[in-house]
Write a protein of this length. Sequence first.
Length: 230
Amino acid sequence: MSKLGLGSRTQAARWVREGRVRVNGALVRDPEFPVLPGVDQVLLDDRAAAPATRLVVMLNKPRGLVTTTRDEQGRDTVYRCLEGSDLPWVAPVGRLDKASEGLLLFTNDPLWAAGITNPASGPDKTYHVQINRLPQPDLLTTLTQGVAVDGEHLRAKLARVLRVGDKNAWLEIVLDEGRNRQIRRLLAALDLSVLRLVRVAVGSLQLGELAKGQWRPLTEPEIHAAAGST
């Protein structure tokens, strides 16, 4: 049912345990019960568990929120920004860490989400990053060539200077892979601290003028363009 976009895996497991799901007419209480899509009939509350209409939402994530459906430490999550809406169940597509901001996608289509987050074929992600000092002349070359960090080779696909202040600067960094805290770890290896990190684009999809903490649904053309697929 989670693959149909009807709810999260946790929600689906709870529905099964509550006795709300039948497979081929028989009540099932085991969330791991095998089902053959397109062959077995699955009912939720005596209604056919049909695929949900695909929905993708863009949020301008504020810093300080955790990208998860539920936080065991009781911290505010990105779902705070969706409270009061009439949205059906949607899950975050990838992550932005607590201190990061910007474009975060949600969807009820796990296959589409898998395409976006696929490190080999997913779209590039573009970030604007404020660093704590002025960049050295060779910084951009080093970022794109990459450095070894904890046994991983971390690099940027593209990097350029956006603007320079008296004591710090903004960079634009494009990633074509999604390693954990990749930009922060890469810059830390070069003795640079991140003051702000804002994701501004996923593929051709731009954050644009969407206000902090606000969200909007994507159009079908935007959904296709973001994934780079038909």
